[in-house]
Design a protein around this ligand. Structure first.
Ligand SMILES: NC(=O)c1ccc[n+]([C@@H]2O[C@H](COP(=O)([O-])OP(=O)(O)OC[C@H]3O[C@@H](n4cnc5c(N)ncnc54)[C@H](O)[C@@H]3O)[C@@H](O)[C@H]2O)c1
Length: 262
């Protein structure tokens, strides 16, 4: 019997086959889960149709800022007869704010980033609350920029810090229903969202050199870490921020071994 046999759930945030949400959806599918993908807008529909077909998923449109999207999300969970897992994998900030000085952040950009990258988790859990089955597991995606500074990550760092704090508070509320929630803090990945950060390529290459494993994580590796947090393997884990970053979050002083000739 596969790990997720009989489990049903919704995965948000697939934009293409490089999306972290896609890596998680593939791992869930491999282990027998039945998946509904949610996508942001009709602009992504053609791509979603092709990807959904690969994992026998159906799909719904949910923009985090659209009240009708929230209704569609709850309605879908109801039609599924309740859900065993939910993946929140979305973030957005104005490109200008992801370049230069954090001190120059404008209130509009700050609110928008917080709304889409953090509050959307709270709102989605709110509308799904009555549809989360006992022992269900919720997962969101974070980055180490929540705890330490990264060049140009700026207001997204503040949004991720708020997201990680929200996970801890939601864990208390959901724990009363025997539902878990965790954050997966992924290393640098070459995705659309990742490339929106100023000097993304430099950050990616720098991390590649300076993680204990001497590389950034692969999509399948992050997908499998997501699977762990969404499955019964992590039954005793909630309110946690789990790193799938080739160990970068543990590094204090960089060891030059990866620069050394073999
Ligand atoms: N790429 C990285 O290096 C990295 C590292 C750690 C964490 N993350 C996080 O992983 C998550 C997924 O990002 P990704 O890197 O896979 O990039 P991605 O571009 O593939 O996915 C981002 C998703 O957010 C969705 N989105 C943006 N605004 C939305 C809105 N208003 N409503 C609904 N959906 C919306 C996009 O449609 C897209 O599907 C994000 O939370 C991101 O911050 C990314």
């Amino acid at each position: 019997m596969a790990l997720m046999d009989g489990k049903v759930g919704i995965v948000t945030g697939v934009a293409n086959d490089r999306s972290i949400a896609w890596g998680i959806a593939k791992a869930l599918h491999r282990e027998g889960a039945r998946i509904t993908l949610s996508y942001q807008s009709s602009r992504l529909l053609k791509r979603i149709e092709l990807l959904a077909a690969k994992i026998n998923a159906d799909f719904i449109e949910v923009d985090a800022t659209d009240p009708e999207g929230m209704v569609r999300l709850a309605t879908k969970a109801g039609h599924l007869g309740g859900i065993d897992f939910f993946v929140h994998a979305m973030a957005y900030a104005d490109r200008e704010a992801l370049n230069g000085r954090f001190i120059d952040t404008k209130p509009e950009a700050f609110s928008e980033a917080m709304r889409i990258s953090c509050y959307s988790l709270i709102e989605m859990v709110q509308v799904l609350e009555s549809h989360l089955k006992p022992e269900a597991s919720v997962l969101t995606l974070s980055f180490e920029g929540a705890r330490r500074t990264f060049q140009n990550y700026n207001l997204m760092g503040a949004a991720k810090a708020a997201l990680e704090a929200s996970v801890r508070y939601l864990a208390v509320d959901l724990g009363n229903k025997n539902v878990r929630i965790n954050a997966l803090s992924a290393g640098a990945m070459r995705t659309v969202a990742g490339s929106a950060i100023g000097s993304a390529r430099f950050t990616y290459q720098w991390l590649e050199k300076n993680t204990p494993l001497g590389r950034n994580p692969l999509l399948d590796e992050v997908g499998n870490s997501g699977l762990y947090l969404l499955s019964a393997l992590s039954r005793g884990v909630t309110g946690e921020v789990h790193h799938a970053d080739c160990g970068y979050n543990t590094v204090g002083m960089v060891c030059p071994k990866h620069d050394a000739p073999a």
